[in-house]
Design a binder for this molecule. Sequence first.
Ligand SMILES: [Fe+2]
Length: 316
Amino acid sequence: MDAPQAETAQPRLLDHPAAHSLLAVGIVQPRLEEAVDFYSAFGLSAREEHGALALRAATSTAPAATLREGPKRRVGHLTFGAYEEDIPRFKTHIAAMGLKLADPPKGVEPEPGSIWVMDPDGMAIQIAPSIKTNPDARRQSQFADPDGWRHCPDRAATRAAPQRLGHTFLFSSDIERTNRFYQNVLGLGLSDGNQYVSFLHGKFGSDHHIVGFGQSHAHGFHHLSFEVANIDQIGVGGQHMASLGHTGWGFGRHVAGSNWFWYIRDPWGGWIEYFCDIDYIPAGTQVPLRELAPEDSVYLWGPPMSEDFIVNPEPA
Ligand SMILES: [Fe+2]
């Protein structure tokens, strides 16, 4: 797969190297043939590339996720994008932090010019030179006919079209250690959190979170999340998946990030989310860290949360 090409304009650098975007999630799992049907129904394109199943959203040229066949579902790696000028600074910084650069996981084709490091739970992190895919402004709902007096979308033309990967949410075996790594090594900012959950953003202008973590007994995968244009897209997407027998949890509103959501249970014990209207953190903004009340860790309103929503499928 090819990462977006590095842009030529001089990006603004911080006093430390910092990732600006989450580019892709590498997942290992069984039954890839089943994945084509599931992720296509969700609205992603799914096709085989370099021995993996590459998932793309509507506006992404590079895959948002790559799925490799393996006996058991697990997150293989995360790919973060950084400005090209930050890659050598990352090398120096990682060494200064007492960490070593890592090799790419077996079978994974690294992005040209990328470097790899392991996170505290032993998950491979790729830092690749790339244009920024994290937005530069708040994205509000875009309706086809905002002023029309019959603006309910046409049924025949309505299917959810995920536009881009927004974030992933993972379980961590030690959320404080994980938060320190993603802040101090990758240069992300902590947006909201408590002892149970944390949400981190890029510092060059970012969604409220591009990666989040939940405290658990072990590292594990929880969900991928894709932005859609508006609430109707969330609704028709969730309804379409339900019509195919895929249970979910939604429609609702998160507290951390404020986004509207609908999650679909995937056939491997994880989830995938449609979202829109997520909070935006402009570049240079020092967001006061909000200690989330436990009851605000997940949502403000929606249907009762399904009991299996926050379950780490990894064995204890
Ligand atoms: Fe999410």
